[in-house]
Each structure stands twice: as C-alpha cells, then as structure tokens.
Design a protein around this ligand. Structure first.
Ligand SMILES: [Zn+2]
Length: 166
C-alpha cells in the first residue's frame, strides 16, 4: 500500500517537472485506504510560490472531509512537508505523513549541487506539528526523488545568471 502511494507521488513529481514545475507530488488517502485526492507542485504554472501539493491537499481536506475523519487520513508525499504545509496539515487535523524523501535529504542534495538555500527554514514536520507520526525517507523512492531533483537543478538553475555561482 505504502509503496503504491509513494510510487504515485513520484509519478506526480515527474509530471510536475515535465510541466515546468518543481518535482513534488502528494496523495491524500482516507482511513479506508482509498485515494481521496492528489496534486502536484504548480509553483511555476500558477506563478504562485505557495502552490505546494501538501498545502492544496490540506485545503482540499478542510473543504471535503469532515473534521472528525481527517485524523484517519494519511498524506503520502514525494518530499517531507515544508513548514508552511506542515502547519496547514496540523491546522487541518490530518493524520500521519509518509514521505519518500526527508527535508534534510533535499537540503543536503541542494547544498551539494551548489543551489541557493530555501528562503524558508528547513525543519522536520514534527518541529511544526509535535507528535504527528511521520515515516520517511523510504527507499528506493528517496533515490528516485534525488534523480528528479537533480534533473530539476539542471533545468532551473544551471543556465540562468546563477550559474556563475555554481
Ligand atoms: Zn510546502
């Protein structure tokens, strides 16, 4: 089950990248194991730097899942939630998170590739939502995400004015 959902997250991340967005994808699964919603990063498509799939899924859950059922929902995601999405997840009252790659992994990869650091602090989800069950990284999906992020680094950073800094 976990593998199937994480595989879908990696697929959604690849779809995002193919559309010119950053490679992130997430799936919201109900207590009965049924997929309720899925989304991918749309930051460039929507010209909205907050268009993260984890935030969109939290908002979708608030609109579509009764509050008392949200704690039974699990969010599978290609990369651990950023603090913004973690906070939305916590406010929505959603349940466990399973991530292919951790935020610490992504930050380490970016540093290794000479990319600028994120404007938002890199924090574990549990620093933002204490006590939330978070599983990850989950091999081999973390390696698959590393490959997608490396591809994105080449697309979004190596040919611009920043390339002189790399
Ligand atoms: Zn986010």
């Amino acid at each position: 089950m976990t593998d199937e959902h994480l595989r879908r997250c990696v697929e959604l991340a690849a779809e995002a990248l193919a559309a010119g967005d950053f490679p992130f994808g997430s799936v919201l699964v109900g207590a009965d194991g049924k997929v309720l919603a899925e989304d991918r990063n749309r930051e460039n498509t929507d010209a909205d730097p907050t268009a993260h799939p984890e935030l969109r899924l939290a908002q979708w859950a608030i609109a579509n899942v009764p509050a008392e059922e949200r704690g039974g929902c699990t969010v599978y995601t290609s990369g651990e939630h950023c603090p913004m999405c973690a906070a939305a997840h916590g406010w929505a009252g959603l349940g466990p998170i399973v991530c292919a790659a951790s935020s610490a992994q992504l930050a380490g990869w970016r540093t290794g590739w000479g990319l600028p650091s994120s404007p938002v602090a890199v924090l574990p989800v549990t620093d933002v939502v204490p006590g939330l069950p978070v599983t990850g990284p989950v091999p081999p999906f973390d390696d698959e995400m590393r490959a997608l992020h490396e591809q994105a680094a080449g697309m979004f950073y190596s040919t611009g004015p920043r390339s002189t800094k790399l």
